[in-house]
Design a protein. Sequence first.
Length: 328
Amino acid sequence: MTMTLPAAPVAPSADPAARPATTKVERLNAASVRRVLEPEEMFDWSSLGSGQIVADELLTTVGLDLDLTAEQKARLSREEVAAMLSTGIRFEAALMAGFSLEIATADDLVDPRITYMLHEMGEETRHSRAFARLVEAIGATAKDPFRSGVIGRIADRMMKLTIGSLAVLYTFVLAGEEIPDLLQKVAAEHPETDPLLASVNRYHRQEEARHLAFARVHLPELWAKAGRVERWRVLHAAPLGISQLFSAFVHPGVYEAVGLPPMKTWRAVNKTPQRLALRYAATRGVLDALIEGGIIERGSIPKGWRKLCAVDSDGQPLPDAPTVAQLA
């Protein structure tokens, strides 16, 4: 017999203006209670195919006119997917660290926002478990050069600084959700994507929709409390960091694993119209959230955001920027 506990009472917000946001968060909490999806129960991890797991046109090297063998393309597909999943695990760990810090320093632990963070942390750990199981099934061997040396130490330092700066963190949360959401959507909808990979992508995307909704609600509240330095980082430093995040989803070691020059290929990949179109499409959602949240105003969009998203000062796409639709 299953016992259903009554919902915990929620104290009304002292700020009437905050009530609409609180109501949205309460709805997200209710949705999370209804949908608890355990990846170990949902998927047969032994069902992943042994060859190429995404189509040729979904490989990052499309547009470079490389003469790759079938074996190279199969290996590249597996290494690329494993690299993106591994980045996802690390990003979600940083997100949960930020949530933990916010919870530990919160004045009101029964605020619905805190409850939702706890829900999201549970969902993110399940996503990470799914990603790790899929990485294991893929059998990737490529080493990420950005995880070691000076670059690795700088990246770790920047991650720690971001975790402690909540307005900056949530800006990156939007990017870290929007970018994989688009990449996974494209892969899940392609008929040649491995069925297990497509299923995991769909599973992840359906919960990430709630996570994006929460970030869009909560970021303006954090912005209102942010100091001058933190606001400057959101407006001017975050676009560069998000560009680097997008580029690092597939690291140079992936190309070395199939016999290509790692850094040269990685740099060329991130300049192709195909990759730029994906970056523009994914990051414009982040910019839209900042505009809707009153953080950035149309007509005065900072230069870094314009460059990241290929938009003008009003947020309109530049006419000569490649689009996903044009390249489909």
